[in-house]
Ligand binder design. Structure first.
Ligand code: ADP
Ligand code: MG
Ligand code: MG
Length: 855
């Protein structure tokens, strides 16, 4: 079994073995690009390392040393040589890129002797010792586990760099009780182990969790001959994207620093220069680099993120990968690549991360608020969006304050991987230093978090905990607002509004519609949601909940009256008052939806939520309704249930109090007729009965419904088409769907309740234990978020098969949170289901996910 591959042996298809970085280094070598010599220790070796109790087996060690000899041959340098020492980098690289999450060590091979040789050979003492210093720093941090602050006391301005080195080594001795290791082979093996270990550092674990990357795939390790960007002003290092990763625009987008090494550009300590400035100082090098970026994009047929270094005007490629991008950029790049005939429509759809579509619906600042807002400073817009929050200066502070439910802005000189939790919890991220490719920028874009970097006008006073710029001072805890597109920082809180969608977005959505099989509807209870749903491409309403309409201040007391009414006459009195309100609601919704189907669910009230709570409330209500206080109190008491979720709700309410549904049906039909009469189109409502468990329940209620509809038809002297169906949200209904289908024109799977009733997990209480269930791998995901396909999914499958046996053309849909969840949609797409319905803002995701499910 082979555990080590030279760069000349691999290619881009070997990612799972060589990691993304290793596979692409090999690929670049293969197509003839200038890549420094090196090899990759495979992810299998990493897994073996863990299997063997964190030891590298001897024959793997031998294999590594054989490959070191190959680099020595290729470079004419020897590790540890006193004549021509080889220096290498040791770089992590998993199959799925995790930028900055694991560790890299540069300049390995230096020791007290080789540093002198390097000095002699280059005739550049500053350079040689700069390399050694960086090496000791990185090695101490990554391999020896000496925390960075230990070195804070060292005065880096000391004239004699050798003295600085001595101080570094002293601290190493003090912290580890050993000398800094001098044997390059020992350094190498220690470094490789440390990279394996970094797979399980805290930030890598968190990153994998939020990005759904499996823990067991392991990282590869790349060992590569060093090239030096820190050799003076004709040397340098940089990062470039073949297209703008924030907007998607087709322009080379990059940054570089001269006399710099490795992480300098991304670390954001010095703000880098724009790549176009390279043309001014080194035109030939620039042209060569531009040529290579084009070649790489053509070769990979996607936007690339490229790391390069030039040593005394000679160019080297150190990494290429598919560039991370915002949703906006993803959509622009995908549509552009189709237009350029590089990819087809299906590929374009697959290139867009479904979960990131939410970003596009991110709010922007309201224009009229912006006019009055105070501009404080301007930095680089690194990840678009608009965010406001209270200023805090450390990740820990952000996490603590955010947990109190506050909106927080993380403000830092620059971020480092240790800040990741703070970045997750913050509304937005603002840094003083750093460019478009700095850590803050890359990570924020990956998360879809609003971010402004390189805002040099700002100064942070860590002691006083203040942020100042242009005579404005912001204290810790005060609000600021940032615009992640323009880079502008505003004082205070600026109001936001929804964004306008681009033509490219429409194009992608239309391609998705051409390809997908499932219909997409929205869950919408009012005119406003219905409008959003239409705008985002819903082809109907799959669930219009009527109980939400009752919470309105004007109506709530009438609803309470209806609930506590003693006897049918009194209840009818209350219902008569509610009828015009309900009718108005439906008129508004039907006017928006026009001829598109609207499924209205009859009342399924959590009765207890409507009742007055506490003495004060009851007193108030008794006065309003003219009830005796004691009597009302008793009545409220008697209506309380031990287990309301399994109580007197759904259609059970109509079995005991049919007049409630009768009123609702009347309101629906009157509204439908009214809207149809005054328009070109006809409204054909779909009336849905909730929580049915037995066909007879549905039969009784359906008769009631039809009876009332006939009355309305007679009164209005018109007839319109309508459907009566049921929600399937009780296991018994799923299992007897052949019978229930006899009485139903359609089914809608209410997967929220169906999950609750199937698992016997309370929707309102499962939060308390669900995390432990996930940790113990009982459920991989919260079943209220991702459909439990084995259980709940199985019931839907059984039910839909039974239903179709009875009624081939019965319409079947899924409403509930799962209708907007890509993973659940993939499953639903395989069943004989006609449509999914989800909350309006999830419609774009649902459209794309149902297309991807087909591809
Ligand atoms: P990451 O995965 O965090 O980007 P890398 O392994 O790519 O880490 O390395 C960090 C930095 O060091 C990059 O800027 C890279 O270009 C630079 N680097 C890595 N290997 C070498 C090398 N052999 N010579 C010069 N620079 C290198
Ligand atoms: Mg890199
Ligand atoms: Mg329900």
């Amino acid at each position: 079994n082979k555990f080590v591959y030279s760069f000349t042996e691999g290619n881009k298809s070997m990612k799972s073995m060589l990691g993304g970085k290793g596979a692409n280094l090999a690929e670049m070598k293969k197509i003839g690009l200038p890549v420094p010599a090196g090899f990759t220790v495979t992810t299998e070796a990493c897994n073996k390392y863990y299997e063997d109790g964190e030891e590298i087996e001897t024959h793997i060690v031998d294999e590594i040393l054989e490959h070191v000899a190959k680099i020595e041959e290729e470079t004419n340098k020897v590790l540890g040589s006193n004549e021509n020492p080889l220096l290498v980098s040791v770089r992590s690289g998993a199959a799925i890129s995790m930028p900055g999450m694991m560790d890299t060590i540069l300049n390995l091979g230096l020791n007290d002797e080789t540093v002198k040789v390097l000095w002699e050979k280059t005739n550049n003492k500053e350079f040689a010792y700069d390399c050694y210093k960086r090496f000791i720093q990185m090695f101490s941090d990554v391999v020896l586990g000496i925390e960075k602050y230990n070195f804070d006391s060292i005065n880096n301005n000391e004239d004699d760099i050798e003295v600085i080195i001595e101080q570094y080594k002293k601290i190493v001795k003090k912290e580890t009780k050993k000398e800094f290791p001098q044997d390059p082979k020992e350094q190498l093996m220690m470094a490789i182990r440390a990279v394996f270990d970094s797979w399980n550092n805290q930030r890598a674990i968190i990153y994998r969790k939020i990005n759904n990357i499996p823990d067991e795939i392991g990282t590869a390790v790349n060992v590569q001959a060093m090239v030096f960007g820190n050799m003076g002003e004709t040397s340098g290092t940089g990062v470039a994207f073949t297209r703008n990763p924030s907007t998607g625009e087709k322009v080379l987008f990059g940054e570089f620093l001269t006399n710099a090494q490795g992480e300098d550009v991304v670390a954001g300590i010095r703000t880098p220069k724009d790549i176009s400035e390279l043309r001014d100082v080194m035109p030939e090098l620039y042209e060569e680099f531009v040529g290579i970026t084009k070649l790489l994009e053509d070769h990979y047929r996607d936007m690339q993120d490229i790391e390069f270094t030039f040593e005394d005007k000679k160019l080297y490629l150190l990494q290429t990968r598919t560039g991370k991008r915002t949703a906006k950029a993803a959509i622009k790049i995908a549509t552009d690549l189709v237009e350029e005939k590089v990819i087809n429509k299906e590929e374009a759809l697959l290139r867009i991360e479904i979960d990131k579509l939410d970003q596009l619906l991110h709010p922007t600042f309201k224009e009229d608020f912006l006019k009055d807002a105070t501009k404080m400073a301007k930095g680089i817009g690194a990840s678009p969006g608009a965010a406001s929050g209270r200023v805090y200066f450390t990740a820990e502070d952000v996490v603590r304050e955010a947990e109190k439910g506050e909106r927080i802005m993380l403000v830092r000189q620059e971020t480092s991987p240790e800040d990741i939790e703070g970045m997750i919890k913050a509304e937005g991220v603002l840094t003083v230093h750093g460019g478009m490719t700095s850590h803050a920028a890359v990570v924020a874009r990956g998360m879809g978090k609003c971010c402004v970097v390189g805002c040099g006008e700002l100064s942070i006073n860590e002691k006083a905990k203040t942020l100042t710029a242009n005579d404005i001072e912001i204290k810790e805890g005060d609000y600021i607002s940032i615009d992640g597109a323009s880079g502008v920082v505003y004082k205070g809180l600026v109001e936001t509004e929804a964004t306008k969608l681009t033509d490219d977005f429409e194009t992608i959505m239309n391609w998705a519609d051409e390809i997908k099989r499932l219909g997409i509807r929205a869950n919408a209870d009012n005119e406003r949601d219905a409008k959003v749903a239409i705008e985002l491409g819903a082809k109907g309403i799959g669930l219009c909940r009527t109980e939400h309409m009752f919470f309105d201040e004007e109506r709530i007391n009438t609803v309470r009256h209806m609930i506590i009414a003693e006897g049918i006459e009194e209840r009818k009195e209350a219902l008569d008052k509610l009828l015009p309100f309900q009718r108005k609601d439906f008129v508004e919704i039907f006017n928006v939806m026009k001829e598109l189907p609207v499924t209205v669910r009859l009342l399924d009230p959590p009765l207890h939520e409507f009742l007055p709570h506490g003495e004060e409330d009851i007193k108030n209500l008794s006065q309003i309704l003219g009830y005796d206080y004691e009597m009302l109190k008793e009545r409220v008491e008697s209506l309380k249930e031990f287990n309301p979720m399994l109580g007197h709700r759904g259609c059970r309410l109509a079995i005991t109090y049919p007049e409630i549904y009768v009123m609702q049906v009347r309101a629906i039909m009157q509204a439908a007729i009214e809207v149809s009469k005054s328009n070109e189109f006809t409204v054909n409502p779909e009336i849905m009965v909730p929580l049915v468990g037995d066909v007879t329940e549905l039969k009784i209620i359906k008769d009631l419904i039809i009876n009332e509809i006939e009355k309305v038809f007679e009164e209005e002297d018109v007839r319109i088409d309508y459907k009566v169906g049921t929600m399937i949200e009780v296991p018994r209904a799923a299992l007897t769907s052949d019978e229930i289908a006899e009485e139903a024109d359609f089914f809608s799977y209410g997967t929220n309740d169906l999950t609750q009733t199937t698992l016997a997990f309370s929707r309102d209480d499962s939060g308390k234990f669900i995390n432990e269930y996930r940790n113990k791998n009982i459920f991989e995901k919260d079943p209220f978020e991702v459909l439990d396909t084995k259980g709940v999914g199985k019931l839907i499958e059984i039910s839909s098969d039974l239903a179709r046996k009875t009624k081939k053309n019965i319409k079947l849909g899924v409403c509930g949170e799962h209708g907007g969840n890509p993973q659940s949609i993939e499953f639903i797409n395989k069943l004989d289901i006609d449509y999914v319905s989800c909350s309006p803002y999830r419609i774009p995701k649902a459209r794309l996910a149902s297309a991807v499910a087909v591809i």
